[in-house]
Design a protein around this ligand. Structure first.
Ligand code: C2E
Ligand code: MG
Ligand code: MG
Ligand code: MG
Length: 292
């Protein structure tokens, strides 16, 4: 971190690494300030229907707008906030800002959901559903326009609290999405034990498509499996036309990736969405929540 120039060189240029231990002490101090002074900003990465080509949702991805260091990626500070019991504060900030943004799309007549990433630790926080529902009501966003992305490990902690929280969210109409699907050890048991609305096939499988490993077979079977369970499939991390073509052929529902759109500031995302309203023929039907 800033003061530890030697350590800094190690991680500063590899934005997906956490800083070394010494630097984390300083970082934690700065993070406390960041939380109280709201130094966080959300970028939005659109998610598109592969069938219609139109945006159906956008995922809120947090960045830390550090006064000296500039934008810092979540991979660098989310794990630290989790370990220090501060992730609930960040999650509440993210939920509030993302729901507010989602409500502005809603008022503009855009048929889009907004997705927020939850941490495993958030699923031990009994007050979370109340906070989510209050925030939806305060900003005027219908619950079925919000998607909570969770990872397998978080859901499968088998804690009673996690189940209660997920049940409460889902009963209220919030969509549940399993992020980084197939990178944990419990993917299939999870599909059996919980009702979820969407799986997001991890980028590692998408980038392997067509390379001769078995990813194509696995992804084909996953899409079929999900559809048989009435679950929507999103592919993460599409970077090539070839991946897009393959996934479209395999009837994957939705896609996200740098090829289609990178995460972008809220104002840019809103402009992209408003422009998409003007696509000839209008918007295709939304398939979220078994729509069509
Ligand atoms: P994730 O939820 O799986 O988000 C996808 C990540 O992949 C994002 O990185 C996104 O920018 C990146 N990505 C999207 N398309 C492509 C692509 O085509 N190629 C490549 N190489 N990458 C792509 P980002 O924004 O750095 O976020 C990383 C992770 O940090 C997220 O993974 C999520 O687990 C976590 N995260 C982000 N925002 C939040 C948040 O508000 N709360 C919590 N708890 N975690 C968050
Ligand atoms: Mg996600
Ligand atoms: Mg993911
Ligand atoms: Mg991922």
């Amino acid at each position: 971190y800033k003061a530890r120039a030697m350590d800094l060189a190690v991680y500063r240029y590899s934005s997906d690494l956490e800083p070394p231990a010494m630097a984390q002490v300083q970082m934690l101090r700065d993070l406390r300030t960041a939380l109280s002074e709201n130094q966080f900003v959300l970028h939005y990465q659109p998610k598109f229907s592969l069938r219609t080509g139109l945006p159906v949702a956008a995922e809120a991805l947090v960045r830390w707008q550090h006064p000296q260091e500039g934008l810092i990626s979540p991979a660098q500070f989310v794990p630290l906030l989790e370990r220090c019991g501060l992730i609930g504060n960040l999650t509440r900030y993210v939920l509030d800002a993302a729901i507010q943004e989602g409500a502005s799309w809603y008022r503009a007549g855009l048929p889009l959901s907004v997705a927020v990433n939850l941490s495993a630790r958030n699923l031990l926080d009994e007050d979370l559903p109340r906070f989510v529902l209050d925030t939806l009501a305060r900003h005027g966003l219908p619950a079925d326009r919000l998607i909570c992305e969770i990872t397998e490990t978080a859901v499968f902690s088998r804690s009673l609290t996690a189940s209660t929280i997920l049940d409460a969210l889902r009963t209220a109409g919030v969509g549940l999405s399993l992020d980084d699907f197939c990178t944990g050890y419990s993917s299939l048991s999870l599909l059996r034990e919980r009702t979820i609305d969407e799986i997001k096939i991890d980028r590692s499988f998408v980038s392997d498509l067509g390379t001769g490993r078995r990813s194509t077979e696995i992804v084909t079977a996953l899409i079929d499996l999900a559809h048989r369970c009435d679950i929507i499939v999103t592919a993460e991390g599409i970077e090539t036309k070839e991946q897009q073509r393959l996934l479209t052929d395999l009837q994957c529902d939705y896609a996200q990736g740098f090829l289609l759109a990178k995460p972008m500031p809220a104002a840019l995302a809103r402009q992209l969405f408003l422009d998409s309203l003007r696509v000839p023929g209008g918007l295709g039907p939304l398939r979220w929540r078994g729509g069509v």
